[in-house]
Design a binder for this molecule. Structure first.
Ligand SMILES: Cc1cc2nc3c(=O)[nH]c(=O)nc-3n(C[C@H](O)[C@H](O)[C@H](O)COP(=O)(O)OP(=O)(O)OC[C@H]3O[C@@H](n4cnc5c(N)ncnc54)[C@H](O)[C@@H]3O)c2cc1C
Ligand SMILES: *[C@@H]1O[C@H](CO)[C@@H](O)[C@H](O)[C@H]1NC(C)=O
Ligand SMILES: *[C@@H]1O[C@H](CO)[C@@H](O)[C@H](O)[C@H]1NC(C)=O
Ligand SMILES: *[C@@H]1O[C@H](CO)[C@@H](O)[C@H](O)[C@H]1NC(C)=O
Ligand SMILES: *[C@@H]1O[C@H](CO)[C@@H](O)[C@H](O)[C@H]1NC(C)=O
Length: 481
């Protein structure tokens, strides 16, 4: 089957949906322009739907309401520092300076209550926004965002004479290009449910936006991982299996350049589920658990790292020790009991009703554990220097919070898991994909989100990925239009 449309967006995660919404907005008054979003899974959402810690942004309404004196420059510096000399400054500058409008877009246009803020590792201020519990129920941030955008897009698609089409179950397999090197269409496959056979479609177009996500979900079928980071093959991952690097294969086949492919983020805290410890797909223990003050203990009941250091540092430290993540009652209160209750129900998180019970549960000596918690609180009060150089201490480890008379603790076992691929397609600040030879934009080819590389360098900061999806996804939508 063959047809023609103007703009094709490949991938229905946050980057692809943001691109579609913006392209629609830009072309609303131009009759006849058609836009199509193709998603290979049965539903949109991708890894974006799994995000649990939040979206970073500075000078946002929420930061202002909370009196947080942050700045674009501080955000820029933190991100550059985390990338350790690999991040492109032009790309980072745009990310930081458009962060307020990205968060505002979600808050204003989609009525999302991103009013809880945490300071995640490597950030020098609290600036990662997520949603509060509603009536004791968690409102996971990634799920909330993609649901709102998905609803909006489906409404657009339903409108009479709509110029927008959203097709799920459609896997893009190839990009077409002209003799002159302009991308001019795609091939995609779908399953015909009546015959259960694969149908191949050809669709000519003017612009393709790739938003296919990363390759952290390759799992048992490692291709890019084997080539660029063989030492990580076999580690568990937090990604869905759809994150298999499709966009990288599609784009390199038409001459796109790759950058930083060996820079892969291993998240320090994938949950080890007691009833299924060997499962290669891990639920993520949200970074906000540490952001709100959770601490990491080794098998002796001692701390071993600044829990709010960048992810790569924390991961390296855990690889040496294996770890328990422990939350005191005040930490649990500020993280939110809705989310914790969910983790508990899933058998990921455990509760202990006292320091003694915690010591028994994690099989460490009570005196050692008590000492660890006491020292932590002393450092928090500025009475001693923290042994690991921690400077932000969100909550006390020994005092009770406001939610009850008894003090209690939450604890779990965590393990490093492949989480995010910093590398990907070379692109510029207008979301244009750059060629491997010469570095010129490939006409007709744009990209946004985790499929791109060069922005985060050696390490992505928490909350910066949802942000990049919106900043560069919208940029791609505008550029395409
Ligand atoms: C568990 C978890 C928690 C996270 N938490 C956070 C967080 O709190 N904050 C933060 O900033 N980041 C977080 N991240 C990272 C962030 O969620 C992702 O990096 C980001 O959402 C990627 O968005 P994307 O749109 O680029 O890709 P995705 O959301 O993964 O979407 C890509 C989509 O493209 C589709 N696709 C792929 N190939 C094809 C093809 N050939 N044809 C058609 N469709 C295709 C996929 O099926 C998928 O739906 C988290 C990641 C994980 C895994
Ligand atoms: C905010 O921080 C800047 C420097 O980062 C400082 O100059 C300014 O005085 C601070 N403002 C407030 C209100 O604290
Ligand atoms: C769409 O338009 C047609 C004719 O113009 C009309 O009959 C139909 O009811 C409309 N559908 C919706 C959902 O508005
Ligand atoms: C912890 O140590 C403090 C002081 O060292 C002591 O007062 C307290 O009783 C101890 N708590 C437990 C549970 O052992
Ligand atoms: C960063 O990207 C821009 C395009 O967005 C490019 O012009 C510039 O040369 C890049 N800088 C480096 C150091 O690669």
């Amino acid at each position: 089957m063959s047809r023609r449309t103007n703009i094709v967006i490949v991938g229905g995660g946050l980057a692809g949906m943001a691109a579609a919404i913006e392209a629609l907005r830009q072309t609303r008054h131009t009759a006849g322009i058609t836009i199509e979003l193709l998603e290979k899974e049965a539903h949109t959402g991708g890894n974006s739907a799994k995000a649990s810690s939040g979206i970073s942004g500075v000078l946002t309404r929420t930061q202002k309401n909370l009196g947080i004196n942050d700045s674009i420059d501080a955000f820029f510096q933190d991100t550059i520092k985390s990338g350790r000399g690999r991040s492109n400054e032009t790309l980072v500058q745009r990310l930081a300076s458009e962060s307020a409008s990205a968060v505002f877009w979600l808050q204003n246009d989609f009525a999302l209550d991103l009013d809880v803020i945490a300071q995640l590792g490597g950030h020098s201020f609290p600036r990662t926004h997520r949603r509060p519990d509603a009536n004791g129920k968690p409102q996971p941030v990634g799920w909330g965002i993609v649901s709102a955008l998905d609803k909006h897009l489906k409404e657009q698609a339903k409108k009479n004479g709509s110029c927008f089409r959203l097709t799920t179950g459609a896997r893009v397999t190839k990009l077409l290009s002209t003799a002159g090197g302009r991308v001019s269409g795609i091939f995609y496959e779908s399953i015909d449910p009546s015959t259960n056979t694969v149908v191949r479609h050809r669709c000519k177009c003017d612009v393709v936006v790739l938003a296919t996500g990363g390759f952290g979900g390759e799992g048992g079928n490692p291709n890019f991982l084997k080539k660029y980071a063989p030492q990580l093959v076999g580690l568990p991952a937090t990604n869905g299996p759809f994150a298999a690097g499709d966009g990288l294969r599609l784009a390199t086949a038409v001459g796109a350049g790759l950058v930083d492919m060996d820079q892969i983020q291993v998240h320090p805290t994938g949950f080890v589920q007691a009833r299924d410890p060997g499962n290669p797909t891990k639920f993520l223990a949200a970074e906000a658990l540490r952001g709100e003050g959770g601490i990491l203990l080794n098998g002796l009941g001692k701390r071993f790292v600044d829990e709010l250091g960048t992810r790569d540092r924390v991961t390296t430290a855990i690889t040496k020790y294996s770890a328990y993540l422990v939350l005191s009652q005040p930490v649990a209160d500020s993280f939110g009991h809705g989310g914790l209750g969910f983790y508990e129900k899933m058998g990921l998180m455990n509760k202990a009703s006292s320091v003694e019970e915690l010591a028994t549960a994690i099989r460490v000596e009570l005196t050692t554990l008590n000492q660890t918690l006491t020292d932590y609180d002393k450092a928090r009060e500025g009475r001693i220097n923290d042994e690991f150089g921690k400077t932000a201490f969100p909550q006390s480890m020994l005092s009770k919070g406001g939610s009850g008379d008894e003090s209690f603790y939450f604890w779990c076992i965590v393990t490093p898991s492949i989480h995010y691929t910093m590398g990907g397609l070379r692109f510029d600040e207008n979301a244009r994909v750059l060629a491997s030879s010469g570095g010129q934009p490939i006409p007709g080819l744009l990209a946004a989100g985790e499929v791109t590389g060069g922005l985060h360098g050696a390490n992505r900061l928490g909350g910066n990925s949802l942000l990049e999806c919106i900043v560069y996804g919208r940029r791609a939508g505008r550029q395409a239009a």
